[in-house]
Ligand binder design. Structure first.
Ligand code: AMP
Ligand code: MG
Length: 968
């Protein structure tokens, strides 16, 4: 019988996904007069001594066994004299060539003649009977046999499984996961072994010196470095798989599979010194050694055999001196690559008395080779720093090379010519002088020329006082533009107020902002401006506030963002240059004024001498009418949130001449593709209110969504929690500096200080805004949006803090505890209440306090809320809202009855529900083999092994049988 580790390899080989992952190759260069005949005989003696090598694996009714098989002669003699290029190709081909485990052989020898006294031996063995140390044994025995020694017979190797003790089960249970979710500069982790590449690590003398300094072994030090690397890539929990030898003194001279791959898991604390951390890891390894005999997958039932346990793995082994072949000079390559990438990153080290071979192996389909090269750079800077001072704290260890810093700070944030310090009114007034009679605003039948718009705005401005806050609650007519420009001209910060806002909230915002007045209906335009001269004399300054915008606040109350003229004008000029706007553009004024992006639609055309077409309220959500408005007015530029674009697309909009901008929330790849079909150029725009409307823009191409690069005048950094730059590809918090950074939150100094901080990488005095958005750099210098670091969500473009909804729920007299989460795009409220309360009651309560997008759609009453270990609400632990499910009694018929009978027999049960898992019923990997073989006997079908792990239920088996029958 074969053991559990071999069994797992066998299953993976059968699944067809293993590629060459389990091929263990070794090259030996032999120089000198080789006696080929004697050499072939030596190869045969080695196979005779190590009987496993001459076996094959045969299926029995009750499992698998290794049995002696007819093995072809061990050496294929290729004559490729004087053609070294061909030899390389032949070697690669031979390494990759598949093994047939059912027929053997499990080892292949290839001797290549490169010249009369120049030979290359390639040995490729299958891992199912071989391991790293087996290479030592093999070379040693081969040399002995060649040198004329008689190889003595070996005792039968002991392959039996060690029994799983309760202690081992408990130990591995705490450490092993189905998968370890780790952030690496890798895009995905495919389920198939890919063709890998390798890079030399060149650890040199640093490894030994650093290990001495930290008081660890070299293996422990390397393991520590990999943990720290992954930790610094943003992983709070790190798992690195290591190969541990299970050899004893009896198996020392045997060839076979004597390693278990086990995970080493850590939660590195940022303030630990490297030395402290390395010592923790060393202690954990000591614990692990007690259970190294028992493969974790055997101790923990129900784990699907995986190609790799963890996204990172380390294989470290010490080897003895290279043996001598009589009369020859032999050079062994102990770490010949099998060209397989089982997981994103693998470090392979063979530590010998004469040299240390260390390579990084990776899958170039998953990690770009530039990323891999940078990663090697990170490992080396970590190593050097640990060698220099093992007392350095983990979060202070340097990671980036100078080259990568320069890439992040300069090349991807290229310096731009600063914009002149202008205000938006002055930019628009320039257009008024240039083309006074051009149409600036179209709204229904109303058309305002630049001169008319300016006159009206001047007039309004005359009635407003500089430094005040003016609320705007207006129907969507041309007056909206007049009011906005009038307020800007007056130096009065304008405050948009959504017409449908609940009274309580509107009152809060008015009181909090200290608004002097609210403009509500059509503007009074007939009186003479009272203090125009006055206002002019005072002069508008770039530092004056331009607008005040309220957004949801996590602690329960909305917060106002104060944006100045400098920021607004700087942003509009940058956007103008980024999009290449001109006076012939026609923009659609679609967006509600409560989104700052409405200013792009209303003001950007005006600083360019272009035109804006205001969409009346009743047309905004009417797709066909909107599409018609666009066509009738020759609109060239449309900006909308993803949900706004849905309305347009569903209304039949399609116009390949339109420049489309999507923004406000994540752009789904499917929508991006659809938009690319229906519009001309498509931009994805990203930006928080706090950095003035948009900060980055990407021009979309099919098949990839990014938020692009910073606008001119803006700088972006991706930072870790300590404020350090994270490497390319590693998730971090997006922090934005430059011209758009807002002044402050209105009267919230503490919050202002928390989110707006000094920018250590910018010019003196510059500030940055910490967005709370998780992003990473793509290898070509664009930003990819990954989600939030907090509980802020977007609902149809509206920014919503879950905490604010929770606070308002707690205002309800019956609600004791509350949590809100977004599930499948629906807000779900979870409440613990003092007495039963119905949905309608809670919904009405919230509707009176919150804008419509913030009111949850589903309410779930719970006895208590799940908490995290440190007492916070565990949102992930909240149940999905209930859906109805039919759990009636089941009668098994047809195939299901056959499966049911086999399961009952093998599991010793007489009742099984169709959705119960094999593994919760006590099944394990061998039960699987038995079920598979019984099903083959009973129904004549071979069901794929994967089914046992993807859906290990009677239902799953029945489905698999019918799929297989249909396919066959
Ligand atoms: P707001 O302040 O309302 O503009 O909301 C800003 C937030 O919306 C950002 O911090 C992001 O979380 C999200 N957001 C805005 N634009 C995008 C975009 N293009 N892609 C992904 N998220 C976006
Ligand atoms: Mg925004």
């Amino acid at each position: 019988m074969i053991n559990a580790t071999q069994h797992a390899i066998w299953i993976l080989e059968q699944s067809g996904r293993a590629g060459s992952a389990y091929h263990l190759p070794m090259r030996i260069a032999l120089r000198g007069p080789l006696d080929v005949h004697r050499f072939l005989a030596a190869c045969r003696s080695v196979v005779a001594r190590h009987r496993l090598l001459g076996c094959a694996i045969v299926e029995h009714r009750d499992g698998l066994a290794l049995v002696p098989a007819m093995v072809p002669p061990p050496v294929t003699h290729l004559d490729l004299s004087n053609r070294p290029n061909q030899a390389d190709r032949a070697v690669r081909h031979e390494i990759l060539r598949g093994f047939d485990l059912r027929t053997g052989p499990l080892i292949r020898f290839t001797l290549i003649t490169l010249g009369p006294s120049d030979h290359l031996l390639l040995v490729v063995a299958h891992h199912i009977v071989f391991d790293g140390h087996s290479k030592d044994v093999l070379v040693c025995d081969l040399a002995a046999a060649y040198n004329g020694d008689e190889l003595s017979a070996l005792s039968e190797p002991d392959l039996a499984n060690s029994p799983v003790t309760a202690a081992a089960a408990e130990f591995w249970q705490a450490r092993v996961r189905e998968s370890y979710d780790m952030a690496l500069p890798a895009l995905t982790w495919p389920d198939v072994v890919g063709l890998g590449e390798e890079l030399a690590l060149e650890l040199g003398g640093d490894l030994a010196a650093a290990a001495d300094a930290a008081g660890t072994t070299r293996f422990e030090l390397l393991l520590g470095l990999l943990h720290v690397l992954a930790f610094r890539y943003g992983n709070a929990e790190v798992a690195v798989a290591v190969d541990l030898s299970t050899r004893t003194s009896e198996s020392e001279n045997h060839i076979g599979l004597y390693v278990n791959e086990v995970p080493v898991v850590s939660q590195p604390a940022p303030e630990l010194t490297f030395q402290e951390f390395a010592q923790h890891l060393r202690a954990e390894l000591r614990e692990i050694y007690r259970f190294r005999d028992i493969p974790p997958a055997r101790a923990v039932g129900g784990l699907k055999p995986q190609l790799a346990l963890c996204p990172i793995s380390l294989s470290y082994r010490k080897r003895g001196a290279s043996p001598r072949f009589a009369g020859l000079e032999a050079e062994v390559d102990w770490a010949t690559f099998n060209h397989a990438a089982r997981n994103p990153l693998h470090v392979q080290v063979v530590d010998g008395p004469d040299r240390l071979e260390a390579v990084l192996r990776f899958n170039p389909g998953v990690i770009g080779s530039d990323d891999a090269k940078r990663l090697v750079g990170h490992l080396r800077s970590l190593l050097r720093a640990c060698r220099a001072n093992p007392q350095t704290r983990l979060n202070a260890l340097p990671l980036l090379s100078d080259e990568e810093r320069d890439l992040l700070l300069a090349r991807w944030n290229p310096p731009t010519e600063p914009y002149p310090e202008l205000t938006v009114p002055s930019l628009i007034e320039e257009q008024v002088r240039r083309t006074p009679d051009a149409v600036a605003v179209v709204a229904g039948d109303v058309r305002l020329t630049y001169a008319e718009l300016n006159a009206r705005a001047e007039h309004l401005a005359g009635g407003l006082r500089r430094g005040t806050v003016i609320g705007l609650r207006l129907p969507r007519t041309a007056d909206v533009v007049v009011a906005m420009l009038g307020a800007l001209k007056a130096g009065a910060a304008y405050l948009p107020l959504e017409p449908g806002l609940p009274r309580e909230r509107a009152e809060f915002i008015l009181a909090d902002s200290g608004a002097a007045a609210v403009l509500t209906s059509s503007l009074a335009l007939d009186s003479q401006p009272p203090n125009l001269a006055d206002r002019r004399a005072q002069g508008l300054r770039p530092g004056d506030p331009a607008y005040l915008l309220y957004t949801s606040g996590s602690t329960g109350r909305p917060k106002g963002v104060v944006v100045g003229h400098r920021q607004l004008a700087g942003f509009l000029m940058a956007m103008r240059d980024r999009l290449g706007c001109s006076s012939s553009d026609v923009w659609l004024g679609l967006t509600s004024l409560s989104f700052d992006i409405s200013m792009v639609e209303l003001l950007l055309p005006l600083i360019c001498g272009a035109r804006v077409v205001i969409v009346p309220d009743e047309v905004r959500t009417n797709g066909p009418a909107l599409a018609k408005l666009v066509q009738d007015n020759g609109v060239t530029h449309i900006q909308a949130t993803p949900s706004g674009w849905r309305v347009l697309l569903d209304g039949g909009f399609s116009d390949p001449s339109v420049v489309a901008i999507c923004g406000g929330e994540a752009l789904a790849p499917a929508l991006a593709d659809e938009l690319l079909q229906c519009t001309g150029t498509l931009f994805n725009a990203y930006g928080p209110t706090e950095t003035t409307i948009w900060s980055t823009v990407a021009e979309m191409r099919p098949g990839r969504v990014t938020i692009g690069r910073p606008l001119p005048g803006t700088r972006v950094y991706v930072l870790d929690e300590g404020g350090g730059l994270v490497p390319v590809g590693v998730p971090g918090e997006l922090c934005i500096a430059g011209i758009g950074v807002a002044d402050r939150y209105h009267e919230r100094p503490a919050l202002t200080a928390e989110r707006f901080t000094p920018d250590p990488n910018g010019p003196p005095g510059s500030r940055l805004y910490r967005t709370g958005d998780r992003v990473r750099w793509t290898p070509d210098g664009e930003l990819e949006f990954l989600g939030r670091t907090d509980c802020q969500v977007k609902i149809r473009g509206h920014r919503v803090e879950l905490g604010e909804i929770e606070s308002r729920l707690l205002d309800h007299a019956a609600v004791r505890h509350a949590a809100v989460d977004l599930r499948s795009d629906v807000l779900v409220a979870y409440c613990v209440t003092a007495q039963p309360v119905d949905d309608t009651d809670l919904r009405m309560h919230l509707s009176a306090l919150l804008p419509e997008p913030m009111v949850p759609g589903v309410y779930v009453l719970l006895d208590e809320l799940p908490l995290t270990p440190n007492g916070k609400i565990d949102r992930r632990g909240l149940p999905d809202p209930p859906t109805t499910r039919d759990l009636g009694p089941v009668e098994y018929t047809g195939v299901a009855a056959v499966v049911f009978a086999i399961w009952c027999d093998l599991l010793g049960l007489d009742d099984i529900r169709p959705d119960e898992s094999l593994f919760t019923l006590g099944g394990h990997s061998l039960t699987i083999m038995q079920i598979a073989s019984r099903l083959r006997d009973a129904l004549g079908v071979d069901i794929p092994i994967d089914v046992f792990f993807d859906d290990p239920t009677i239902n799953g088996m029945v489905q698999a049988v019918s799929h297989t029958q249909a396919a066959g």
